[in-house]
Design a protein around this ligand. Structure first.
Ligand code: HEM
Length: 416
């Protein structure tokens, strides 16, 4: 989706052209959109469900059934970043093409890599981490002073996931901040609002992370442990299952994919709860329903709001002609609020008991880290309501980052 450093004036002209053509404008560079995309989603869903974005030169899909169908149809909608307009654009500008990690490739290579990673990410394997995740959550919350007030993002939501995934990869604690900083820099490149400078920082961060992970892998090669890295190295050494480059890309993907996403589940989810005190009170009265609550929070304000594919063949969707090679932007956050699928979608209802949200994707690329994200979410919300049952917002309108893909808060000040 990346179109770096789009000039604001040119952007406005393109968006105006869009509005004239379809009656709806979709401007992902607009700061109002970053703070509250839901009214914009509603207009797209109702008036132009397959919307042509001049700005990002792609088709924007917003209804639940359409997003669901595209994600399941990996033959007609490719994930391969090397075939995408983003890569073609990068080649034209002489910029580096994004790396082909498992997330952004198609079968058969995707199938092979996915099978390896899935084995390490079974519910059982993840469950073994529960005690450690609880310990990390407690350590972080022991440090805050709820009466004086604290920023949930800085003290809890940012550090928790990076510590967990870094420990899983065997990174020593002193290097957690290095990991977090580089991981965020890499993820920033997903955003259409990312600047040229951030793009360069992202490339540099990718290189640094690969070097770092290479050193960890080398260490494990000589001293194998019962961990994820050793398991993937064993697969690499067996021969044709995993190349060294794939090993490093997979480790880097696990770090980046499991980081800001889970942070945003905690941040966006807690904000939604604190804005709905009746729901917060319900959860403190029904802590045994925390897993249901997490599914509803994932639906209500998805940590990943947008995804992308490339059309493989010509097709028609809602009367629009899509050509092969064109970019498809899937608004997961809009699909999750589609009234055709969820009754009263704008109402936060923790007891909804509907787990069909699309926040972890669908089909062959369905989030492999979902069991870990759910476990971390469970621990985070269970601890927060148990330790701070009278938590409330210290700032009624905390700011979201200027992100379109990974929607999350800059800060979340609270008191208890
Ligand atoms: C609440 C937190 C999370 C959310 C909302 C989330 C969301 C997603 C989504 C939407 C996809 C599908 C992308 C696509 O189809 O193009 C995905 C894939 C993926 N996620 Fe997550 N994720 C989360 C946490 C994690 C964690 C904790 C990890 C691992 C440590 C992880 C690792 C991955 C990987 C490796 C893929 C690629 C799977 C594939 O291509 O087959 N995610 N995630």
């Amino acid at each position: 989706m990346v179109r770096r450093a789009i000039v604001p004036l040119a952007a406005r002209a393109l968006v105006l052209k869009e509005r004239l053509r379809s009656g709806v404008a979709w401007n992902p560079l607009d700061h109002r959109y970053h703070q509250d995309p839901f009214p914009f989603y509603a207009r797209l869903r109702e008036r132009d469900p397959v919307h042509r974005s001049e700005l990002l030169r792609g088709w924007v899909i917003s209804r639940f059934n359409d997003v669901d169908a595209v994600l399941r149809d990996h033959e007609r909608f490719s994930s391969d970043i090397r075939k995408s307009p983003v890569a073609r654009d990068a080649v034209r500008r002489g910029a580096p093409v994004p790396d082909p990690s498992m997330l952004v490739i198609d079968p058969p290579d995707h199938t092979r890599l996915r099978a390896l990673v899935s084995k390490a990410f079974t519910r059982g394997a993840i469950e073994a981490w529960r005690g450690r995740i609880e310990q990390v959550a407690d350590e972080l919350l022991d440090e805050v002073d709820p009466r004086a007030g604290f920023d949930v993002m800085a003290s809890f939501a940012n550090p928790l996931p990076v510590r967990v995934i870094a420990e899983m990869l065997g990174v020593p604690p002193a290097d957690f901040p290095f990991f977090k900083e580089r991981s965020d820099a890499v993820a920033r490149q997903l955003e259409p609002t990312s600047t040229l400078e951030q793009g360069r920082a992202s490339m540099e961060a990718r290189r640094e992370l690969s070097e770092y992970l290479d050193a960890i892998a080398e260490q494990r090669r000589h001293e194998p442990r019962e961990d994820l890295v050793s398991y993937l190295i064993a697969a690499e050494e067996e021969g044709d299952r995993l190349t060294h480059e794939e090993l490093l890309l997979t480790l880097r993907l696990l770090l980046v994919a499991g980081n800001e996403t889970t942070t945003n589940l905690i941040g966006n989810g807690l904000l939604a709860l604190l804005r709905h005190p009746d729901q917060f009170a319900w959860l403190t009265a029904h802590p045994e329903r925390v897993d249901d609550a997490i599914e509803e929070l994932l639906r209500f304000d998805s940590p990943v709001q947008a995804d992308q594919r490339t059309a493989v063949e010509a097709m028609e969707l809602h009367g629009r002609q899509i050509a092969p090679g064109e970019q498809i932007i899937l608004l997961l956050g809009a699909a999750n609020r589609d009234p055709r699928h969820f009754p009263e979608p704008d109402r936060l209802d923790l007891a909804r008991s509907d787990r069909s949200h699309i926040s972890f994707g669908r089909g062959i690329h369905y989030c492999v880290g979902a069991p870990l994200a759910r476990l971390e979410g469970h621990v985070a919300f269970a601890k927060l309501i148990e330790r701070f049952p009278s938590l409330r917002l210290a700032d009624p309108a905390p700011r979201f980052k200027d992100h379109v893909v990974l929607r999350g808060l800059e800060r979340l000040p609270v008191t208890a």
